[in-house]
Design a protein. Sequence first.
Lengths: 115, 109
Amino acid sequence: GAGVSQSPSNKVTEKGKDVELRCDPISGHTALYWYRQSLGQGLEFLIYFQGNSAPDKSGLPSDRFSAERTGGSVSTLTIQRTQQEDSAVYLCASSALAGGTYEQYFGPGTRLTVT
Amino acid sequence: GQQVMQIPQYQHVQEGEDFTTYCNSSTTLSNIQWYKQRPGGHPVFLIQLVKSGEVKKQKRLTFQFGEAKKNSSLHITATQTTDVGTYFCAGSFGGKLIFGQGTELSVKP
């Protein structure tokens, strides 16, 4: 079946502009995660949605970052007034709660470059 | 905050040598997962460990979860060029995964 998809695959934007990154999780997956990966670095947790519960926003680096998940499916990560340090690959992952296994399936990522 | 430390950051080996990466948490983990990210790719799930002292094997890969559920290791026996990539551990804190910084493995043929 279809995996996690993300769009756009690449985004180049000017400093100060807003950007929206989209994630389509695997159908039926109740949990959705956003991570940021800078070049050669690990995965930095940003935000986590689980079903209808309030999202865990504890990883968002500043109030310029926000995310929504509409209808328990598609999610959008918005970065306002982008800065050069926001340049990174933004990865989305989804997981299903099945027998206590919370394996995460990652999308291909969106590479964001802020000039 | 919740942190998962992973060492080493880089490991360069000759093909056929063994490789080990270690993961440590300051707090007890519900479970730990391991992922592999090939160069230019995205992380792919390898395995999950849940029980204290658990050991699981996948062909040449051996995964261990510590007795206190605060540390874990991944050992690859007789590395091959196909093992190249970055290996991440991820500790489960409730429903959230916190990833280690990863160990980048390069294998010289």
